[in-house]
Design a protein around this ligand. Structure first.
Ligand code: NAD
Length: 328
């Protein structure tokens, strides 16, 4: 199938952006620009036949370069990480507002842009809706009255609204997905920005390889989350982008809720090992409970993410295991 549109993926050197470029290539898109701030050698996935640009998208001029001639813009660029990063780097997280703001301004000035995608987060949801680990899942309306995650969540909520107003005031067609914890191969698993699924895999692998059969868990382990496998995320992102009906921010996440203790059980089972657990109650742990209510995405797209956690974690574990072995 021929795909004549020119697409830019911002944040293409990162986890989700890299997988999105891979999928677009697989579908036969030939005119793709990939942009990231990181040096090219550090991109998780690199592709020939793509125009790869290293640009700091907090700068307006860089955004102009990034979007020139593009009809489709995916903004997946942000200075972010797991709880350990976002709780300790609120100002840095908020500075990502410059990326989306300048990309929107550049997109508006480019007369050819057909669609603009912004990657928001479940961190926009109000804190008082996430106190109970056995919570009912979050619906899109639960973002207001606003009391999102400090720093990162406020930036996401503000940028969502910026997309909305660029649509309403300037006619730029924008789409926003609220991602709930995405995991899979080719993402961060160490260094401080990793998220829970990758961190658990790394810790279990390190315990297995070192023979020290112990794991430290952040929080009391009862906090609940849902985790979406990367393939579901990439498919859902494009379905939302191409949809005529998804005009407001929408949940993109799994509704398979587990506690962090259950997540560790799964990784131990994959690794074939049982570890002694200790709980660090002082470590950043985020809200007590969070899950994705998928009623709206099922209604509008007749679809929702569906990869079972056990299946996705097995693939993630294998990739991280090979990476760690290759480095040792
Ligand atoms: P990631 O950190 O792997 O990728 C983000 C990329 O953006 C990085 O490669 C980084 O170098 C790049 N970047 C940062 N600042 C930049 C700048 N000034 N100019 C250009 N590039 C810059 O993260 P990810 O997991 O791929 O997340 C992609 C998007 O999805 C982000 O907006 C993130 O906030 C959002 N999101 C992710 C998750 C998740 O679970 N991974 C959950 C909710 C929302």
């Amino acid at each position: 199938m021929s795909h004549p549109e020119k697409i830019v993926v911002c944040g293409a050197g990162g986890f989700i952006g890299g997988h999105l470029v891979a999928d677009l290539l697989k579908q036969g898109y030939t005119d793709i620009r990939a942009v990231d701030k990181k040096p090219f050698e550090e991109w998780y996935q690199k592709f020939d036949g793509v125009e790869n640009l290293v640009l700091d998208l907090q700068e307006k001029e860089a955004c102009d370069k990034a979007v020139t001639g593009c009809e489709i813009i995916y903004n997946l660029a942000a200075d972010m990480g797991g709880m350990g990063f976002i709780e300790l780097n609120r100002a840095l997280c908020m500075l990502s507002v410059l990326i989306n703001t300048h990309l929107l301004m550049a997109a508006k000035e480019q007369k050819v842009v057909k669609r603009f995608f912004y990657a928001s987060s479940a961190c926009v949801y109000a804190a008082d809706k996430q106190i109970n680990p056995d919570l009912t899942a979050l619906t899109e309306a639960d973002a207001y009255p606003a009391m999102p995650e400090d720093g990162y969540g406020w930036e996401k909520l503000f940028s969502e609204r910026m997309c909305r107003h660029f649509s309403e005031d300037f006619g730029l067609l924008t789409r926003v997905a609220r991602y709930h914890n995405v995991y899979g191969p080719n993402g961060t698993y160490d260094g401080g920005r990793e998220k829970a699924p990758a961190a658990m895999c790394r810790k279990v692998i390190e315990a297995k390889l070192s023979g020290k059969h112990h794991i430290e868990i952040w929080g009391d382990g009862h906090q609940t989350r849902s985790f979406m496998y990367i393939d579901d995320c990439v498919l859902g992102t494009q379905s939302i982008m191409n949809s005529k009906t998804v005009t407001m921010p929408i949940n993109l996440g799994s509704s398979e809720m587990v506690s962090i203790n259950q997540l560790v059980d799964i990784v131990e089972e994959i690794a074939g090992i049982k570890l002694e657990r200790s709980y660090n109650l002082k470590a950043p742990k985020g809200v007590n409970g969070r899950n994705s209510d998928n009623t709206l995405i099922k209604k509008l797209l007749d679809w929702e993410p569906s990869t079972p956690l056990r299946v996705g974690m097995e693939k993630t574990y294998r990739w991280i295991y090979d990476e760690i072995k290759a480095k040792s």
